[in-house]
Design a protein around this ligand. Structure first.
Ligand code: ACM
Ligand code: ZN
Length: 509
């Protein structure tokens, strides 16, 4: 296409989008079925107080029927979540009428989600955002019908929860003596990388048990389950800074400082040390009590095995358990914690690598790498895991990683790399490449926010919105999504709303 034709195509698309915008309901995610009527319902005060609710056991989970007529509003649902989402839809449909009035267009909506897992992930370890930011994230999640808050609470660079009986975790693990300077990239800890540190103490930043319970309750009131992530056996360097005896080489942790640069740490949990296993059991036992949801995430990604290869305790474990070699250690610890959590009524979730080896089918995978077919990778693609009978949450980095550049001009913020445009997010299909007979194992998807290059709520909001709008529609509607042009016109209205409500939403480029 020549430049002129490309420009014309863009103008025509925009005109079509504007035309459909004036007719369609301006909400995200779009409702599955909507028939607009004539006129509006108008009232003074809280429109939710005007709703007549009825129960309809035939409605799908989280689904609702919303009927807005000039003389009243009715909602039918089979569960509280459905009633809640009907009210969220109503909020998006409402506009001001006169000084104190509210107007809702007459409409019949029948709506329900395609996927049960509609997730949002936040890493609070590389940078910490705190309770108020988390609450505003939860408010927006509810508005866009997202229902799983995956909270990444432990990492090489920071441990963010105060676990009873382990005071050193926050004393050492929740504060680092320096971080990578703004605008620099440092991953390996070489001398050149050390020169990129800012010398500024970061923390201590962490949540108390009371904070965690407050957030869990705040989320539950919005029909959001908090899914805590406690990483093991890798990405545990901040915990090892607190308790060096749980590393294969405690002497490497003499500085008692979490990892200062980004990237993957070679010092991981010593799986030959019964005390290290007991430590994680105690942490997870407490986590099970504080987080009432049915799923706990145990990480499992990017765990180098080099320390295990030369550690006498790890070698002894391999011999005693008949694990063959160091490759058998991670599956062994995964099996251990899948059972440990099952005994406490929880299902285990982990990044796709943790499904390598003989892992119980009750373990859920979170697929973050692209499907690969090379040797050794078959088991970790989401499609392959689902085919083998694991439930899977799809979060492939090239569609769902919001720390990747969004491809807008004049972007003032930094990114880890990659490129995930708004349109790319919208084109995501969690079931792509999954055989029909395995599709029931795809629970849904999630937008992931890693925060090496995200410092505060403004930076975070810019990266999340509007891309999370696109993902929310993908997770709610699946194959029934109406198309990018249609979405974009509604997303423009949502962007205006977000900006009016103080959310630093990026442009829809
Ligand atoms: C990941 O992005 N390392 C799960
Ligand atoms: Zn070891």
């Amino acid at each position: 296409m020549t430049k002129l034709y490309r420009k014309l195509a863009v103008m025509i698309e925009a005109a079509l989008a504007a035309a459909s915008a004036s007719a369609a309901l301006q909400i995200v995610p779009a409702p599955r079925k909507a028939v607009e009527g004539d006129g509006s319902f108008v009232c003074n005060g809280d429109v939710a107080a005007q709703v007549k609710f009825e129960s309809d056991a035939a409605m799908p989970k989280e689904g609702y029927r919303l009927s807005v007529a000039k003389d009243g509003i009715k909602v039918a649902a089979s569960d509280d979540a459905g009633r809640f989402y009907a009210l969220e839809t109503l909020k998006q449909l409402s506009s001001k009428e006169g000084k104190d009035g509210t107007k809702v267009p007459c409409v019949e909506i029948e709506d329900s989600p395609r996927y049960s897992w509609r997730g949002f992930h936040l890493d609070e370890c590389r940078h910490f955002f705190g309770k108020e930011t988390v609450k505003s994230v939860l408010d927006l999640m509810a508005r866009y019908k997202l229902n799983r808050f995956h909270w990444h609470l432990t990492e090489d660079q920071g441990w963010r929860v105060d676990v009873p009986g382990y005071p050193e975790l926050v004393k050492y693990g929740a504060v680092r003596s320096a971080s990578v300077r703004h605008g620099e990239r440092a991953y390996t800890g070489t001398k050149e990388d050390a020169a990129k540190l800012n010398g500024v103490k970061y923390g201590p930043y962490y949540y108390t048990e009371a904070d965690l319970r407050e957030i869990v309750a705040y989320a539950a009131a919005r029909h959001i389950q908090v899914v805590p992530e406690i990483e093991l056996p890798g990405h545990v360097y901040a915990a090892l800074a607190a308790y060096p005896q749980f590393a294969c080489r405690p002497e490497n942790l003499a500085a008692r400082d979490p990892r200062l640069v980004w990237g993957i740490e070679k010092d991981v949990l010593c799986l030959g040390n019964d005390e290290a296993i007991k430590f994680m059991e105690n942490v997870l036992d407490w986590v099970c009590k504080v987080f009432p949801g049915d799923v706990v995430h145990i990480g499992g990604d990017e765990c180098p095995q080099i320390r295990w290869q030369s550690c006498p305790k790890c070698q002894e474990r391999i011999k005693k358990e008949g694990l063959g070699d160091h490759n058998g250690l991670q599956p062994w610890v995964t099996r251990h914690f899948v059972k440990f959590l099952a005994d406490r009524g929880k299902r285990t979730l982990g990044w796709d690598e943790y499904l390598l080896g003989d892992i119980p089918k009750s373990a859920i995978g979170m697929s973050w790498r692209e499907s690969r077919t090379g040797a050794g990778h078959e088991l970790v693609s989401g499609a392959a895991a689902a085919t083998r009978g694991h439930d899977v949450v799809m979060t492939p980095c090239s569609y769902c990683y919001l720390d990747y550049r969004q491809g807008i001009e004049e972007d003032p913020f930094l990114y880890i790399g990659g490129k995930v445009t708004l349109e790319r997010c919208y084109s995501f299909d969690p079931c792509a490449g999954v055989p029909d007979e395995a599709k029931a194992h795809i629970l849904g998807g999630q937008g992931n926010n890693w925060t090496e290059y995200t410092w505060n709520e403004y930076d975070l909001a810019w990266k999340v919105w509007p891309r999370m709008l696109a993902l929310s529609e993908v997770f709610w509607l699946g194959e029934a999504k109406p198309g990018f042009a249609d979405f974009k016109s509604r997303a423009a209205v949502q962007r205006d709303w977000l900006i009016r409500h103080g959310v630093n939403c990026a442009p829809l480029e």
